[in-house]
Design a protein around this ligand. Structure first.
Ligand code: ZN
Length: 208
């Protein structure tokens, strides 16, 4: 199983970090050891002083395939969940300055809290317009709509499958909307999304 992540997929978030709007999807990976399952606590790592939350819709891949064509892309979506792409922003900034890969700033252990539950595509009125967000200590800090993705699900699936063979069970983190920010020990993060049945709490993580 692999975790494919899309960076800078919402224009307002790219702008808040001073990044230009990408002309093609920005792709990076996290190893499977990054997953923090079942609402377990997140232990603040010693190598960073600026861990940021990024809430993201997560696609669970339904089947194996490569070079997926647009008309079949949605067949690869088994379900939609929610994740946090924890980022050591201080490390990432240093690495970006040098033009180095940013894996250690994004793919470290437990950097990907993942919702225990995934909803089937049929549970959403429109897969390309899913509302989601994040609360920190009961205050809403991020609120997004997947219709604002620069590269929607179809484009992401077609693009990444040109380079990486998709395998059943792979996860795709689809990028974060604006509002990212730091966490401190003691913070509680609660992520939600909206299905046909209304708002669903998807994950809850305490920072320790
Ligand atoms: Zn991200």
């Amino acid at each position: 199983m692999k975790i494919i992540c899309i960076g800078r997929n919402y224009a307002a978030h790219a702008a808040e970090l001073g990044n230009e709007r990408p002309s093609r999807p920005v792709v990076f990976m996290k190893p499977p050891t990054a997953i923090l399952p079942n609402n377990k606590p997140f232990y603040y790592p010693e190598f960073s002083e600026d861990i940021h939350f990024e809430v993201e819709l997560v696609v669970k891949v339904a089947k194996n395939g490569r070079h997926v064509q647009p008309e079949f892309a949605m067949d690869y979506v088994a379900g939609i969940g929610l994740g946090i792409d924890f980022t050591a922003r201080d490390l990432q900034s240093q690495l970006k300055l040098k033009g180095h890969p940013w894996e250690i700033a994004k793919g470290f252990d437990n950097s990907a809290p993942l919702s225990p539950q995934f909803f089937a595509p049929d549970d959403f009125a429109d897969l390309n317009d899913i509302e989601f967000g994040l609360r920190k200590n009961d205050e809403e800090v991020q609120h997004g709509h997947s219709r604002n993705m620069l590269f929607p699900l179809t484009e992401i699936i077609c693009y990444v499958s040109q380079y990486f063979r998709l395998q059943k069970g792979d996860l795709i983190f689809t990028g974060t909307p604006e509002g990212v920010g730091p966490v401190q020990p003691g913070d509680e993060l609660v992520g939600f999304l909206v299905t046909k049945d209304g708002e669903q709490e998807m994950l809850r993580t305490r920072v320790k």
